[in-house]
Design a protein around this ligand. Structure first.
Ligand SMILES: C[S@@+](CC[C@H](N)C(=O)[O-])C[C@H]1O[C@@H](n2cnc3c(N)ncnc32)[C@H](O)[C@@H]1O
Length: 188
């Protein structure tokens, strides 16, 4: 990892703690980076950029030829994240400001082989349905905070159960767990 990314991540973590920005934990980041290393995705989609901490963690293990599209609704967060990506001289991050529910369906000719969802918990099913047509057949879909906030996403669990879609849940840190779904297990 370049020194500027290491320093920026350290700074963002500090700012996140000071301002109650719910950045992923370091343990979660390590788990996801290992997954990215194994999967070797070429196009990552992230819903919920915040200050760019998780995006930068992912970028730190990606080759320049791969890219991340990250979407954030809050203007100030988006701007701050863009500033951080620029400072780190990363050209393979496309940060989009707006509501992911509107942005994702409008992404033309883009197909993602790894999707990471970490935004408004009660909207998770909407994001999932929106990203399906934008995934490669072998895509991995990762959904954060699925245990602590399970009560905010009953429709997501109901959809998975009703459609007999298998998923695994990984306890990535003391805080919470992530859900991993294979796109190929969803028949729509
Ligand atoms: C948990 S934080 C993301 C943390 C970030 N992934 C990290 O670990 O550094 C969730 C973010 O999603 C954003 N968000 C919420 N609803 C959204 C939506 N519909 N579209 C895009 N972003 C949204 C919030 O503004 C917030 O910054």
């Amino acid at each position: 990892m370049s020194q500027i990314i290491t320093l920026t991540l350290r700074n963002l973590k500090k700012i996140g703690l000071e301002h109650s920005i719910p950045n992923i934990t370091e343990e979660n980041a390590e788990f996801l980076k290992k997954l990215i290393g194994e999967k070797n995705p070429q196009h990552i989609l992230e819903i919920g950029t915040a200050n760019g901490y998780s995006t930068l963690q992912f970028a730190s293990v990606l080759p320049d030829s791969a890219d991340i599209t990250t979407i954030e609704y809050a203007w100030n967060m988006h701007n701050f994240a863009v500033e951080n990506f620029r400072n780190c001289k990363l050209k393979n991050i496309h940060a989009i400001w707006w509501d992911a529910k509107a942005v994702v369906p409008a992404l033309a000719n883009e197909f993602f082989d790894l999707v990471y969802i970490d935004a408004m918990k009660k909207e998770y099913l909407t994001y999932l349905l929106a990203i399906l047509p934008k995934c490669t057949p072998d895509a991995l879909i990762i959904i954060d905070d699925v245990e602590k906030f399970a009560d905010k996403m009953p429709d997501l669990y109901a959809y998975l159960d009703a459609n007999r879609i298998s998923y695994s849940i990984e306890k990535t840190d003391i805080d919470d767990s992530i859900m991993i779904i294979q796109r190929s297990d969803i028949r729509t």
